[in-house]
Design a binder for this molecule. Structure first.
Ligand code: ZN
Length: 54
């Protein structure tokens, strides 16, 4: 089993054309997730954040 090839949150393959590497708040790369799930040191969850902000 090798999960290194996938985002640990959404399982998007890291070699997928849409994959973007996640980043920490200091700009460092986060190898575990894609930028859709985790960005700038925090998880992104459109459903939850949009519901809260409305
Ligand atoms: Zn992801």
């Amino acid at each position: 089993m090798n999960f290194d090839k996938f985002c640990q949150s959404c399982m998007l393959p890291k070699d997928h054309e849409l994959f973007k590497q996640a980043t920490e708040s200091d700009g460092a790369h986060n190898d575990a997730y894609c930028a859709f799930c985790y960005e700038n040191g925090a998880f992104t969850d459109p459903e939850i954040s949009s519901a809260k902000e409305m």
